[in-house]
Every structure is written in C-alpha cells, then in structure tokens.
Design a protein around this ligand. Sequence first.
Ligand SMILES: [Fe+2]
Length: 445
Amino acid sequence: MERIRITSISPGTCVKQTIFSATGQKLLNAGVTVTQRHIDAIVRASGAIVYMAESLADLQESGVLESGPAAGAAASSSASSESETAAASAATTTASSTPPRPNRRALVVNQAMADALVADLHQRMRRMDLRIKSSSRHAKGNQGEALDPARLERLRKESVDHIRGIFACLETGTEIAHDELDVIVTNLLKCLDDCPTQFTQLALFDHPIDDYMSDHAFKGAVLAMAVAAQMNWSEENVRLAGVCGLVYDVGMLLVSNRIRTGAGQLTDTDRQLVRRHPSLGVALLQLIRPLDSLVQLATLQHHERENGTGYPQGLSGSAICDLARVLGVVDTFGAATEKRRYRESKLPYTAMEEMLQGTSRQSFWPAAARALVQAAGLFPVGSFVELSDGRAARVVSANPRQLDRPIVEPMAGSSACLIDLAQLEKKQLSVLKPIPKPRASFRAA
Ligand SMILES: [Fe+2]
C-alpha cells in the first residue's frame, strides 16, 4: 500500500494497483491509463491524497481504514465484486417515494435509487413525445473522395479519450456539464456533414482497444447519428441521438469487468445484474446537467425490442421511444463487431446480416435497421471485401441506392484509387465476398 498525491501521477501512466480514497472508495482500477480528466475528477471527488493498494483488505491491514470502507460511497467500482454485492443488496431496499437528488461530490447509486428515478421517469414519460419526425435535413457532403484517414483517427482518439474522462467523472460520482458531451457530438456532426456516406467507418476502425466502455460509447454515438441523419431527423435530433449513443450503456459502469467482458459463463445472478444496467444508467445520468429526459428514457429502453422480447419492461412497438428503437439496432450491430474474451469480433458484413435477421424476427424497428444499412452499406464502410477480379479492397463509401455496390479502394498495386462499383456493370466488377482485414500493409494505390 502506498499513500500518494494523485497529481504526482503523470497522464499516460498505467497504474499498477487500484487507487482508493482515504475512506476506501475505489477511484481507479488497476491497469487503467491515467488521463488528466481522471486526475481532475479524483481531486474534485476525494482530494489529492489517495492510496494505491492491491485491495481494500490491504488498506485495512495498513491501518488507513479505521472503521472499514464507506459502503457504496462511490458512484461505481466498475471492476470490483464489491459493486455487485452493493447493487445486489441494495435491490432489496425499499424505494422512497421521492426520487433522491444527487450529492454534488459523490452520488450514491444503488438499485433503490435507480428504481425511484425510473418510477419518476415513467410519470414524466406520459407527457413526452416518443416519436421523432423526419425533416428536410442533410443532403450535404462530398460522396466521391475518401475522408483523410489521419483526420478520422485523430477524431476517434480525441473523442474516446474525452469519453474516458467523462466516464471517470461519473464513476467517482462527479457531476459534469452537458457541454462535455456536446463537444464530442459537435465534432462528429461536422464529420457527418462533410461526408455522410463515409461517416460510419469511424465506428469500424480496426485498432487496439484499451478501454472497452469508452470505445463502445464512441461507436454508439457514431452509428446513432448516422442512422438519425439517414432517417432525415433534424440537426437537433441527430445531436440528441449522438448524446444517447454516448451514454445509453453507462449503467454498465456499475457492472464488474468480469461480467461485462463475458470472460466466462454468466450465472443467473450475473444476468440479473446485467439486466439492471438500463435503470442504473438512468440513475448515473443524474450527474449530467442539464439533460433531456428523452436521453434517460432511451437509456432505460435501449434493450426493449419491437416484439416485446426485450427488457426491463418487455415493451413493444410504439411503446418504445424512437431514440431507444434506434439504439437497439445500433447496439446490436456495434456489439457484434466488438471483440469479447469468449469470441473474436465479427466481420461487419456478418454483424449486419445478423441485425437484419433480427429485423425479420421483428426484434428491431425496420425503419432504423434500413437506415443503418443505407448509412453503412451492406458491406459496411471501413470493412474489406474481395472483388470479382481477385483483388482485396477496402470499402470507403456506401451507395445508399445500391447497397451491394459500394465505392472501394483496392489494395496497393492497382492503377485506380477509388472505384465506384455503381458506375460499372456487374459483370465488369463486383464484390465477391467480405473478408477480414488483409495482413499485408494497406496503402492506397
Ligand atoms: Fe445495454
């Protein structure tokens, strides 16, 4: 165990042990790469003096904790079994009739609080408009040139770092301004306006993932905005979809790493904990001010399904708000393209195929599923294909009217830079099949 000043840790350092407050509140998990936002959030929540230790027992043995840890003091302890225990025991507590207000320094989230907030949300929901109408937005963009990969990668990395900082605040029970989310959404919106048919490749970058939650949130925001734009929602509602995409799974911060990465078989208790994450997410969103109530509702309902097979309420069809219906499609497609400990990531084509199969089983809102295919293409932007002449190529742009005829960039060695397959006869050139990313370094011809 070591007593340190959190400000003495340089951003970019990977912490070897878990960081605790003097009251035993888990502030940062071992293995996390520290960002300036982590440091700021910890200072705001607990002050500068913290303890690096293997476990709470380590702290107690060292005499730091005089009377044991402060039960449930943190908003979350994402990788701990303690959070599961706290959530499970809290679920048996009687909910109060009035939704609790968050403490400015440390929000205590438990199932009772979440249940009370959800009950309040259900009351307010009666006055909400769950439908989002199409408008005459979005006909912008350059369809022919590939977006600069360096620009895209920069945008992705900056956004993911920003999200990681936001989640670190939420985990330590620290309020954040909605502006923090707005900055990310504004940058994404600019990219979407610049090139709508290439935008979704931001969600399919092949890169090492060091923080599953922030990467998943970024992917959610990109895909939700792409679908919303494809459905001709107003700019305001495309922004709203982006905010929802960033935070809809935030309740998973309160579920242990072991469960959320699916390292092994889940027990019934594990599954119960997972099924609580939409309502726990509603509670965590109390920390974001101000926040549209529709974001809370979409978070609560993102696992509801059109045919009533979802959770937590088993709602169906129009009882689900449109934002949550979009998130259902986005989450299913996005999650399939993510690697899990028990499986490799699926090819974007396979993920799209599975999502469409789910649509035929009436799990998903057909309008949102169609919009995702139109935005990303049947062979999604950023994925790789084999062409009928034997060349490997990267898909750089979707053709919304010819989903199987995208614009592609062949591997180095070709004489062409970009080929718009929609401009050629099928017998001249077509996509043969989707393939994994080629091992050879890929360079535009
Ligand atoms: Fe979820």
